[in-house]
Design a protein around this ligand. Structure first.
Ligand SMILES: [Zn+2]
Length: 234
C-alpha cells in the first residue's frame, strides 16, 4: 500500500529542528530591539524629553516583551508536540502543523496584557528607567561634590573579573552585581564544563550560583560609563 508506513515509522524532524533553530535566532533580534528601545527611553529621560515620548517607548517595550513571550511559547509547543510524536511513534503522522497551532492558540489565549508588566524583561526596563529618573532628579549643580561622585561611580565601572572599565555590563538580578558580559559568560561556561557552579566574583558576595538567565544587559550603567569616557576625553 503506498503511503503506509512500516512498523517503525521513520519520522524525520530535521526540517522541524532547523526551522526551530532559526526561530530561536529571532530571540536575538528581539533582544536587540529591547536594547535599542531601552537606550532610546533612557536618552529621552536623561534629556528630560516629554513624557509622551517615553510612554511610547514603554508601549514599544511591551510589544517586544509580548513577542518574546509568544516566540518562547511557540517554540515550547513545537518541542512538546514533536517530542510526543517521537515517544508515541504513531503509525500515521498526525497533522503536526494544526496540532501546534491548536496548542499554541490555547496557550496564547491565556496570555494577559497585565502579566507582561510583571515579566522580568519589562521590570528590568522599568527599573533602569526609574534609576535614570533618579539620576536626572539628583543631579545637583554643586560642583564641589562632583569629584567625589566621579571617584565613587568610577569604582562601579570596573568589572570585578577583568578589573577594567566595562564595555557591555550585565547585572545579576540575584545579587545586584555587575560584570563584563564576555568575562562572566566565560566563567559560567568553564564551570559548567567542570559540572560546577559559578560563584559571583565580587569579593564578599555570597551568591554561589551565577546563572546566565540571571544576567541582563545593564543599559543605564553602559550609558553612564560612556558619558564618563566622553568627559575624560574633553
Ligand atoms: Zn554578587
Amino acid at each position: 500500500m503506498p503511503g503506509r508506513s512500516t512498523v517503525t515509522p521513520v519520522i524525520s524532524f530535521s526540517s522541524v529542528d532547523s526551522a526551530l533553530s532559526s526561530l530561536k535566532a529571532c530571540h536575538v533580534s528581539i533582544s536587540t530591539g529591547i536594547e535599542v528601545t531601552t537606550d532610546v527611553a533612557l536618552a529621552l529621560t536623561e534629556h528630560e524629553g516629554n513624557a509622551e515620548e517615553v510612554s511610547k517607548m514603554e508601549k514599544l517595550m511591551l510589544d517586544y516583551v509580548s513577542m518574546d513571550q509568544e516566540l518562547e511559547q511557540f517554540i515550547q509547543v513545537v518541542e512538546d508536540v514533536t517530542n510526543q510524536i517521537k515517544q508515541e511513534r504513531p503509525e500515521q503522522l498526525p497533522d503536526v502543523k494544526s496540532l501546534v497551532n491548536e496548542k499554541f492558540n490555547e496557550l496564547k489565549n491565556l496570555n494577559k496584557d497585565e502579566d507582561l508588566l510583571k515579566t522580568d524583561k519589562y521590570l528590568h526596563f522599568k527599573s533602569q528607567l526609574n534609576e535614570m529618573k533618579k539620576q536626572v532628579g539628583a543631579e545637583s549643580p554643586n560642583e564641589i561634590d562632583e569629584d567625589i561622585a566621579v571617584t565613587q561611580s568610577q569604582r562601579n565601572f570596573i568589572c570585578p573579573i577583568t578589573q577594567r572599565e566595562m564595555e557591555r555590563p550585565v547585572k545579576n538580578k540575584v545579587c545586584g552585581h555587575n560584570y563584563e558580559t564576555e568575562a562572566i559568560i566565560k566563567i559560567i561556561q568553564t564551570k559548567y564544563k567542570q559540572k560546577k557552579k559559578a560563584r559571583c566574583p565580587v569579593v564578599g558576595c555570597d551568591n554561589g550560583d551565577v546563572k546566565q538567565s540571571d544576567l541582563s544587559i545593564d543599559t543605564s550603567l553602559r550609558r553612564a560609563i560612556e558619558n564618563h569616557r566622553r568627559h575624560q576625553i574633553r
